[in-house]
Unconditional design. Structure first.
Length: 456
């Protein structure tokens, strides 16, 4: 008799359920409990191929409402051990807290370090594309390394002081520019000749090629249309398309050389419960050429946001361990999206490797391979961002990696924090849990200190 596996799926789960909601800063009981049970849960599942553990307000079809839930994403969910012993043990851990937390186990092959490449190409946002070849560089546009197939987002610009010299830098993720490089990314790399040889471009090579091909197609279609007898409408459009194509073809896309990177490393931080956490670091700096003109003003803002289009994006702020804020990001693929930072951090297990697509030139096939040894192969921490109902999409998708996460609503306090303040850098996506992960800007800035760079 052949072995037959039957999977029973709830019809409401099979179809798109409402997205998760953040844990808010006034859910005090959940915040306190999470500090105690998250280490216990990650320890209990250590023998499994788990990817992430999140605590979210998750939609449960049984109650038709959102409820505080431990959401575990793993690669080996078909392993019977999950169901026979691991999940019952987790429920026992939760029962000791009398919290009523639920548990959800999701299949996830790997975390999505959302760069964009030809094997799974996501077109850039139309409005982002229209500004590819402007005289001024805008935050949130496409970027990549010259000669690379990867595309991501140039989050924005920072100025650092190096031995009394002020240096203009572009900031994005390490994996956007260097994942397919030959560098040792298991450690932080400061300014050196190996980095100086690598150039960053905007738009990325792939995005530039795709967009110019689109424009060439438009020119060809209009030209053929004008060949018809008595067809005169479209001559002005043809002239404009040809002008745009010439502008794109002659545009100098080189931003400058890669200056420094965190690599795929971690940063130790003591939390309120006196527990040491390893926070993910994944940033990369581009030393911008003097010729590159910058525009730090937020462009094409959605309606009903508090960020002002007249105030430059250039200030950052640290925020409390369990604060939750409404935020915005501008990315290459989805442009402006809204989200909420959850008050409970996520645990991420890089020990199961990072995904990367590689071309096998002998067979002309593209395979996904797993790279191990990054982030010290230890569970690490990141902030969780969920999408808000105003979005028709997730907070981020492929190509949005490297985007700045900006505060949307003013924060009152001893030191008022205005809308548009940079809170962090998004770097990864969990497609199945519908959440994005963010590195706090405070730790990005702190890790600059390793390179003797002073953020100004």
């Amino acid at each position: 008799m052949p072995k037959i596996t039957i999977e029973v799926v709830d019809i409401e789960v099979a179809h798109q359920s409402p997205p998760p909601k953040e844990i808010t800063s006034n859910q005090n009981e959940i915040l306190e409990i999470s500090r105690h049970i998250l280490p216990k849960i990650t320890s209990r599942i250590s023998q499994h191929q788990w990817i992430t553990v999140d605590i979210l307000n998750w939609y449960l079809p049984t109650s038709r409402s959102h409820h505080p839930t431990v959401v575990i994403s793993a690669r080996d969910t078909s392993d019977d051990v999950w169901w026979s012993s691991t999940l019952p043990d987790i429920y026992r851990i939760i029962k000791e807290t009398s919290s009523g937390l639920e548990v959800v186990l999701l299949y996830l092959d790997c975390l999505d370090f959302s760069t964009n490449n030809p094997t799974s190409y996501v077109p850039a946002n139309d409005h982002i594309k229209t500004h590819y070849y402007d005289q001024e560089l805008l935050p949130g546009t496409s970027c990549g390394r010259a000669g690379s197939d990867e595309s991501g987002t140039l989050g924005g610009f920072v100025v650092v002081d190096k031995d009394g010299e002020q240096i203009r830098l572009g900031l994005t993720n390490c994996h956007v520019l260097l994942l397919d490089s030959k560098l040792n990314l298991k450690e932080t790399i400061g300014p050196c000749s190996a980095l100086e040889e690598l150039m960053a471009v905007s738009p990325s090579d792939v995005d530039h090629e795709v967009f110019t091909c689109e424009m060439q197609g438009d020119v060809s279609d209009i030209s053929k249309s004008l060949e018809k007898p008595k067809q005169v409408y479209g001559e002005g459009e043809l002239s404009q398309k040809q002008s745009n194509l010439t502008k794109a073809s002659s545009h100098d896309r080189c931003l400058g050389s890669i200056y420094a990177t965190s690599g795929f490393t971690t940063w130790p931080q003591i939390d309120q419960s006196n527990t040491s956490r390893l926070w993910a670091l994944d940033w990369c700096l581009i030393r911008l050429h003097d010729k590159v003109r910058l525009n730090n003003l937020p462009e094409n803002l959605p309606e009903d946001v508090e960020i002002k289009k007249t105030i430059p994006i250039r200030f950052w702020a640290r925020f409390g361990e369990n604060d939750n804020y409404e935020v915005l990001k501008r990315g290459r693929s989805t442009e402006w999206t809204r989200g909420m930072i959850s008050s409970v951090h996520s645990s991420i297990n890089p020990g199961n490797g990072l995904p990367q697509w590689r071309l096998d030139k002998s067979t002309s096939t593209v395979d996904q391979v797993t790279i191990n040894g990054f982030f010290d192969d230890k569970p690490m921490t990141a902030h969780t961002i969920v999408s808000t109902p105003q979005n028709s999409q997730c907070f981020m998708t492929k190509g949005d990696s490297g985007s700045f996460v900006l505060l949307n609503k003013k924060v009152q306090g001893p030191q008022e924090v205005p809308p548009g303040t940079i809170l962090g850098l998004i770097f990864a996506l969990n497609n199945h849990a519908h959440v994005s992960y963010m590195i706090p800007m405070e730790l990005v800035v702190k890790s600059y200190d390793l390179l003797k760079l002073e953020f100004t």
